[in-house]
Design a protein around this ligand. Sequence first.
Ligand code: HSE
Length: 426
Amino acid sequence: MERIGIGFLGCGNIGSGVFRLLEEQGEQIERNEGVTFEVKRVLVRSLQKKRACRVPEELLTDRVDDVLNDPQISIVMEFMGGVEPAASYMIRALSAGKTVITANKMALATRWQDIWEAARKHGAGLYYEASVCGAIPIIRALTDSLQANRIHSVMGIINGTTNYILSRMSSEGAAYEDVLAQAQRLGLAEPDPTADVEGYDAAYKLSILSTLAFHRHVPVECVYREGITEITPLDVQCGKAFGLTLKLLAIAKEEDGRIQVRVHPTFIPDAHPLASVSDSFNAVHIDGHACGEMMFYGRGAGDYPTASALVSDLIKAAKSKRHAWPAVQGEVSQVADDWTCVHFIRMLAVDKPGVLSMVSGKLAEHGVSIASMMQKDRDPHTGYAQLVFLTHRAGERAVRRALSEMDAQMVSQVRIIRVEGDERSI
Ligand code: HSE
C-alpha cells in the first residue's frame, strides 16, 4: 500500500472538511484506490484556535517552512485563500517538486502564469478542481473529457451567494438589501459581501474556465464585470412578465474568432436549463461542436462539497504517473466589448404623446429593432410610467449610444439588462 505524506496550508472550514472527509473515507479510499494519505503537518495562524476537526496538536505549526521543507510531504494542500501569501507558498512548493492542490480561484486567476511556470519548470503537479464550482467536476470535464471539442460557449451560475439572493428576490418579490441582510444572518453571505455581489468571485472563476475552454490564457482583467447591487424587484417582475428569469451569469463565448468574457445580471428564458437552478446551487452550461449542449449542476461551496473535489484531486494526483498540465498556449490580449444580444431596457417615462416615437426613433437611428414593449405602473398624479422594451439581437455599443441620446425631459432612470438564450424562445 502506497503511503503519501501531505501537508496543509491553512485549516479553516475547507481544511477541516478535508481532514474529516479523509478520516471518514480513508479506509474506503485505501480499499478502492490502493493509497493511504497521512497528514504530516498543518500550517495555522493560531496554534490555540478551536477547529472544526480533531487535528493532533503535534501536527500544528505556525511556520510555513515546517510544511514546505519537510521531505516526507510530497503533496501540499492550500486552503489559505487570498492571493498572498498563498500564491508564493504554492510557487515554493511547486519549485521544490511537490504537488499542489488548491481551491484558491483568486490566486490562480491573478497569478496563473507564475504558478504554472513553476509547475512546468519543476515537473510538479497542480490540481485545482475545487477552485471553480466546489463539488462540480467542471475543471476535469474541460481538461479531460471534452478535449475533442471546439467549445462555442460556457455559461454558468458560478456564484452561490448571488444566486441565493436573486432566487429569493424572484420568489418573494423582496428588495436586494432585505434578502442580503437575511442571507448574512443565515451565514449564507459574507459580512463583507463585495466579492460575491459585485461579481469579482465569478470573474476569477470565469477567467479559469475560459482559459481552459479556449486554450489561451484569459486574464481576469479582461472579464467585463457588473454585480447585482442595482437590481430592483421591478426589474425581476418586468422580466417575469416577458417569461424571463434573472441570474448573475458568467459567460464565455467565441464568436467570429473573438472571445467574449463577461459577468453580469442576465435574463434567460424560463425554459432555459439554467433558469431552474435556484438557491445557492451552481450550474455550468457548455456548448461544444461535438458534444452539443450539456449542463453540470451541484453545490458550488461549503466545506464538504469543496472537500469532495479536493480529495478527488488528491487521489488523482497520487495515482498519476505523469502530471498533466492544461493545453494553454499564449494569452488573449483583446476581448470583444461589443457583443450582440437581446437587450431588456427599462425606463421611467412621461406618459404623453411623442415619447414612444422618440424612444423607438433613437433606437432605430442606431439600427436597434424593438421586439416587444410594455407600459407599467402609470402614476396618475405624476403622469410617469415605466416603459419596458425587449430588442431583437443588437450590438451593445449601438444600444448604449441610442440610450445616451434620448431626450432627458421625456425619459430617465434608464436600465439595461442583457438577455441570453435562443432568441426564438424569448
Ligand atoms: N462565495 C462563493 C459563492 C463560494 O457564493 O459561490 C466560493 O467561491
